[in-house]
Write a protein of this length. Structure first.
Length: 202
């Protein structure tokens, strides 16, 4: 049986495999999805991928047959990057369970709120020079405090993580709500124009 050339790319939610089987007849192509495996068949051409690096949801996975290649889309059960299609040992993401960490979101939320209070105070202390009379957009410390607390309280987990990570890593010079962008690398310090960033000694 001939093996087939294939490649993949992924996002946190999905892994897409391109199988290069030119001129494949959709009626002859069969793709079988299992939680930790994938099989492709087209006559004598087959491709078996197991065990998958992470767990997938077969009901949400699908494929399309094109003139040059077959595109198979695997829906990940747990969000995150695999780095490879298959893995000899189970990926930590695939074995993640929600039961033991049922209280984790609550504890994390408390920790986040505590951190955010500190961040808000830092922002307010750095903005004391502005008053309602000087800047019509300034509603006073209470208004700023309420704004940030409401923004944080209404945000989802990814947005909260983005806000905390960007603010802390940038030394308070950047506040981002885009977790997809922030999680890729450390957030750079971007001091205001004409200012110089200096790290305080611990």
């Amino acid at each position: 049986m001939a093996s087939i050339r294939h490649e993949f790319y992924e996002t946190d939610e999905r892994l897409t495999i391109s199988i290069f089987d030119k001129g494949a007849d959709p009626a002859q192509v069969a793709v079988t999805f299992e939680p930790r495996s994938l099989s492709y068949e087209n006559g004598k051409k087959t491709l078996q991928l197991a065990p998958l690096k992470g767990q997938i949801d077969p009901s949400k996975s699908d494929y399309t047959v094109g003139k040059v290649k077959i595109e198979i889309r695997l829906a990940k059960v747990v969000s995150g990057r695999w780095g490879a299609i298959v893995g000899d040992s189970p990926d930590p993401l695939s074995t993640a369970t929600f039961t033991p960490s049922a209280t984790a979101p609550v504890a994390q939320a408390r920790q986040n709120r505590k951190n955010w209070d500190s961040i808000t105070e830092t922002i307010l202390s750095s903005d004391k020079g502005a008053s309602s009379g000087e800047d019509p957009n300034t509603g006073g410390d209470a208004a700023v405090n309420d704004f940030f607390q409401k923004l944080y309280a209404d945000a989802d987990d990814d947005t909260r993580r983005a806000m905390l990570k960007s603010y802390q890593e940038s030394g308070g010079t950047t506040l981002s709500t885009n977790w997809d962008e922030v999680k890729k690398a450390k957030v750079e310090v971007k001091p205001p124009e004409g200012s110089e960033w200096k790290k305080w000694a611990a």
